[in-house]
Design a binder for this molecule. Structure first.
Ligand SMILES: [Zn+2]
Ligand SMILES: [Zn+2]
Length: 154
């Protein structure tokens, strides 16, 4: 466990860094970067707001030789599990994905335009320690997402 950071830091995911990172991780894991999977990566980077697997599959369908549904879903599942995609929950009860980096991140989500800002340095440690002591609960993880209006929409 890393030490508690002093303050939250917002993190911007650079598309090129993200793509290279994903490709490098696939290479390390010994999985090939096939043409369909490369297309999935390119498509993901075009979204400005959270996207769903179904939406991604539909958008890719406009290409000349679109990746199959299984490839799209499996790629998203793998990226999400490895931390390259973060799951965002909307107030409407839907969920979507945004590019992320492996590590501990949380997100601010604009309820108006869907803009997402990632930040690091969640300061929940004290709260978790106190709750664990009070409830004898062995806490294994947490979800935290903040809603509101972004600088452009407020
Ligand atoms: Zn906004
Ligand atoms: Zn956290």
């Amino acid at each position: 466990m890393p030490n508690r950071p002093p303050s939250p830091d917002t993190v911007r995911v650079n598309p090129d860094t993200w793509k290279h990172g994903v490709r490098a991780s696939w290479h390390t894991a010994g999985s090939r970067v096939t043409e369909p999977r490369a297309r999935v990566l390119d498509a993901i980077m075009r979204y400005q707001t959270p996207f769903s697997a179904e939406q991604l599959y539909a958008d890719l369908g406009h290409a000349a030789s679109p990746p199959g549904r299984a490839t799209v879903y499996r790629t998203i599942e793998q990226l999400s599990g490895a931390g390259w995609l973060a799951r965002i929950h909307t107030q409407a009860g839907e969920s979507g994905y945004v590019p992320s980096l492996p590590g501990h991140f949380h997100h601010l989500v604009c309820t108006r335009c869907g803009a997402v800002i990632a930040f690091q340095g969640c300061a929940l440690d004290d709260l978790l320690i106190r709750l664990a002591a009070q409830t004898d609960f062995e806490i294994e993880g947490h979800l935290l997402q903040l809603y509101g209006r972004c600088a452009h929409c407020k």
